[in-house]
Design a protein around this ligand. Structure first.
Ligand SMILES: N[C@@H](CCC(=O)N[C@@H](CS)C(=O)NCC(=O)O)C(=O)O
Length: 345
């Protein structure tokens, strides 16, 4: 039997619960709800980094990171065309994501412990395994980064490249003069004008700059040293696990499609495959989409509209593109690389 003191305690507890409920903020919309209501996906991009995120001659944004943005839009809205690109320099990108100006950052961003903790963000998979390198004019006749003692080195503000270079230089007893500039175009211009001897950033960035910004590519060489790990991938805000999963598995669907030999051209035919994992990926067997709040055709639509990871890689940055980047670490795990999709089951 409840005593009067138990009842008093119960009453007090109830009052506390009610007060807490009244004080609780109205649950903000999830990112999925926001994107669905808006009818478009806002992706943070660079200001124009050929091969990864840059507008073509007609002003259509293209690149490996843009394909990922389109893949997410396809999974969520059924159409890869429903994207809005928000160009951001290296410094602006994290605030834009934190403030909700963008839904996802799809822009050559290195996953680091600090960014995943202090900044309140999370990396949602890796779409390009990279490392920091050096670009120099051939006329300097430098063959190795170890010969850069006394050099002036251009970098962009707000990148991981500044600290990485400082660490490497200290460890290798190389002294250098950093020239750190906020705007990408201005860093490139400073390098071309000879205001610095060296441009240091991710090797993918150097390949992009060399192919699209420097005119005569043969006047410049990329040095052999890669001084860091730069796992580049999409970022989301912490606290929205459903959205984290949607972004992560949109990327994995592209990688898994390559693993299973599913391409943009054969995806229709592959729906008839007897393989249970292909059937699950393509939504022939229901469930994978539903568990993320998506249509079960989410991955089928991604492959049909954007293609698999290997197709996207080749089209944007691979051997047939102006960047001519080897698959290397970005080959599938079965082919000696690091690309490995979590099983979709
Ligand atoms: N991966 C590095 C570097 C990424 C980065 O922002 N690189 C510069 C290249 S120097 C860039 O993409 N700039 C383009 C822009 O600001 O629009 C990081 O995450 O900090």
């Amino acid at each position: 039997m409840a005593t009067s003191s138990t009842l008093t305690r119960l009453g007090a507890a109830l009052a506390l619960v009610t007060a807490a409920a009244a004080a609780a903020p109205v649950q903000a919309k999830t990112t999925l709800e926001t994107v669905r209501e808006r009818g478009s996906l806002r992706c943070g991009t660079t200001n124009g980094f050929a091969g990864f995120s840059a507008p073509d001659d007609q002003g259509n944004w293209r690149g490996l990171d843009i394909d990922l943005c389109r893949a997410i839009a396809t999974a969520v809205l059924g159409e890869g065309a429903k994207i809005e690109t928000v160009p951001l320099n290296s410094q602006q990108r994290f605030t834009a994501l934190q403030s909700g100006e963008i839904d996802v950052l799809t822009r050559n961003t290195t996953i680091t412990q600090q960014r995943e903790t202090a900044l309140g963000l999370l990396g949602a998979g890796v779409n390009f395994y990279d490392g920091q390198g050096f670009l120099v004019p051939r006329s300097l006749e430098v063959k190795s980064a170890k010969q850069l003692d006394g050099a002036t080195i251009c970098m962009q503000t707000g990148t991981s490249n500044e600290n990485t270079l400082a660490d490497w230089a200290r460890a290798n007893q190389v002294t250098y003069k950093p020239v750190v500039i906020e705007k990408f175009d201005e860093v490139v211009n400073a390098f071309v004008a000879g205001r610095c001897d060296v441009f240091s950033t991710d090797a993918s960035g150097l390949a992009s700059i060399r192919a699209s910004r420097l005119g005569d590519v043969d006047k410049y060489v990329v040095l052999p040293e890669i001084i860091s790990k730069e796992p580049l991938g999409p970022f989301v805000r912490q606290g929205d696990d459903q959205w984290l999963n949607i972004v992560k598995y949109s990327l994995y669907a592209m990688i898994e499609a390559e693993e299973q030999g599913i391409t943009q051209a054969n995806v229709e035919e592959m729906r008839k495959s007897p393989s249970p994992s292909v059937q699950r990926l393509l939504g022939v067997t229901a469930g994978a989409g539903k568990s993320m709040g998506l249509d079960d055709a989410w991955a089928y639509n991604i492959i049909k509209q954007v293609g698999n990871y290997g197709e996207s890689f080749e089209r944007n940055v691979g051997k047939g593109s102006p960047l001519r980047i080897e698959r290397g670490l970005n080959a599938l795990w079965k082919n000696g690389g690091l690309m490995y999709a979590m099983p979709i089951r």
